[in-house]
Design a protein around this ligand. Structure first.
Ligand code: MG
Length: 265
């Protein structure tokens, strides 16, 4: 662990659940900061802007500013600007993140097929917006050749009330029905981890990623050469851990235990 200089931290389920700090996590982040580690928060959160997320975390006591927060929408905007410059994008998302989509042309996609031109369908996080009418409109545009970009393909996330269904569940159906495959821009996309490393100026070999999603956070980071740490909080389920496609480098009960792991040499 002596070689670790940078830490990528998932937010939901690691630092917080339903925007309440998990026990000991504020103190743990303070210890990482005072140890001089470079930190970035890497989140597939699609409902809030980087500034709002940073303000929330800072309000809970975490030493965080907007520049520390890397979100799936911000990564998606970079991806769209590079691969689909000028494209007319139809965004289906729960929450307003337009501030983090600079340079992306959004159209509303309503009206008859002949009236509306959509080049790229962009899926964000699921919510009440993912109703039949909206999903069917997306399906229609896909049939007419629109490309499909998704900020992530998470199946569910943890709230105070239990697990809630997320975009991945709808995405699988859309892909099957339209015989297309989405391009994913948030975790677990290698490009997302690469941009986080570039942001910190860190090599994968000196970086650790901590998350509660064994596949999208931990094993995906490990495939990029980053040391993976799975925490048993948030969406963690023993059966999902057992059935995972690989083995995390480390497993901790909580993010609160991370400073201890890093100090263990
Ligand atoms: Mg998480």
């Amino acid at each position: 662990m002596e070689r670790i200089r940078a830490v990528l931290i998932d937010i939901d389920g690691v630092l917080t659940v339903s925007w309440k700090a998990l026990p000991g996590t504020v103190e743990a982040m303070e210890r990482l900061r005072s140890a001089g580690l470079r930190l970035a928060l890497v989140t597939n959160n699609t409902s809030r802007t980087r500034a709002v997320i940073a303000a929330r975390l800072s309000g809970l006591g975490f030493p965080v500013t907007a520049g520390d927060v890397l979100t799936a929408p911000a990564a998606t905007a970079a991806y769209l600007r590079e691969h689909f410059p000028g494209a007319r994008c139809l965004l289906l998302n729960s929450g307003d993140v337009r501030e983090d989509l600079p340079g992306v042309t959004l159209v509303d996609g309503h009206g008859t097929d002949a009236e509306v031109e959509v080049d790229v369908i962009v899926l964000g996080g699921a919510g009440p917006e993912f109703g039949y009418e909206a999903l069917n409109r997306v399906f229609r545009h896909l049939q007419r050749g629109a490309r499909l970009v998704s900020m992530h393909r998470n199946l569910y996330w943890r709230t105070e009330g239990g697990l809630d269904l997320d975009t991945g569940a709808f995405l699988e159906g859309l892909e099957k029905a339209s015989r297309t495959e989405a391009e994913v821009t948030g975790k677990p996309a290698p490009a997302f981890f690469a941009s986080a490393l570039a942001h910190l100026g860190a090599d994968a070999s000196e970086t650790l990623m901590v998350g509660d999603d064994v596949e999208s956070d931990v094993l995906a980071a490990q495939r990029s050469g980053i040391t993976g740490v799975l925490v048993r909080t948030g969406k963690y389920l023993p059966e999902t851990h057992r059935a995972a496609s690989g083995t995390p480098d480390h497993v901790l009960d909580s993010f609160a235990d991370l400073p201890g792991l890093l100090a263990s040499g």
